[in-house]
Design a protein around this ligand. Structure first.
Ligand code: IDP
Ligand code: MG
Length: 154
């Protein structure tokens, strides 16, 4: 299907420490999105700077780099119709206090920085592919069919 796309998602260090990784994965699975890559890892300084390069002039940049390198994360690639925008909708607003109930941030967070989850920006064309390339080699992504796929899509 032509509008099926891949997007980069990460359970941030606070999600790992708070035991919310399974909850995040479960929500994406339940929605019908398909995991095609996953890596439990610690982000180093260079990768943090590359990943958040767009924010390097922001006053919160140093704190953000400290936060994202402070503990392990689960970096993932998820695939599905309109996946990038759908994941963003499921994450909620950046500031958890503004995020709607029913979203990951709105259900599990109260902070701006420690907001549990990252998803590629759907308003920044190419952000999904750029971020996937930053974290994954092509051979670390897996092509397969989920058994429910014929029922997920018409
Ligand atoms: P997003 O994660 O919803 O795409 P961005 O604006 O891209 O939000 O910001 C990247 C991350 O930087 C946020 O998820 C959050 O962890 C952190 N952040 C954003 N704005 C602030 C701020 O004003 N103070 C502290 N941390 C911030
Ligand atoms: Mg962003």
């Amino acid at each position: 299907m032509t509008d099926r796309e891949r997007t980069f998602v990460m359970a941030k260090p606070d999600a790992v420490q708070r035991g919310l990784v399974g909850e995040i994965v479960s929500r994406l699975e339940d929605r019908g999105l398909k995991m095609v890559g996953a890596k439990f890892m610690r982000i180093d300084q260079d990768l943090a700077h590359d990943h958040y390069a767009e924010h390097e002039d922001e006053p919160f940049f140093d704190d953000l780099v400290s936060f994202i390198t402070s503990g392990p994360v689960l970096a993932m690639v998820w695939e599905g119709h309109d996946a990038t925008r759908q994941v963003r909708e499921m994450m909620g607003e950046t500031d958890c206090r503004e995020a709607a109930p029913g979203t990951i941030r709105g259900d599990f967070g109260l902070d701006l920085q420690n907001n549990l989850v990252h998803g590629s920006d759907h308003e920044d064309p190419g952000a999904n592919e750029r971020e996937i390339d930053l974290f994954f080699d092509e051979d670390e992504l897996v092509d397969y069919e989920r058994v429910d796929e014929t029922w997920l899509y018409s």
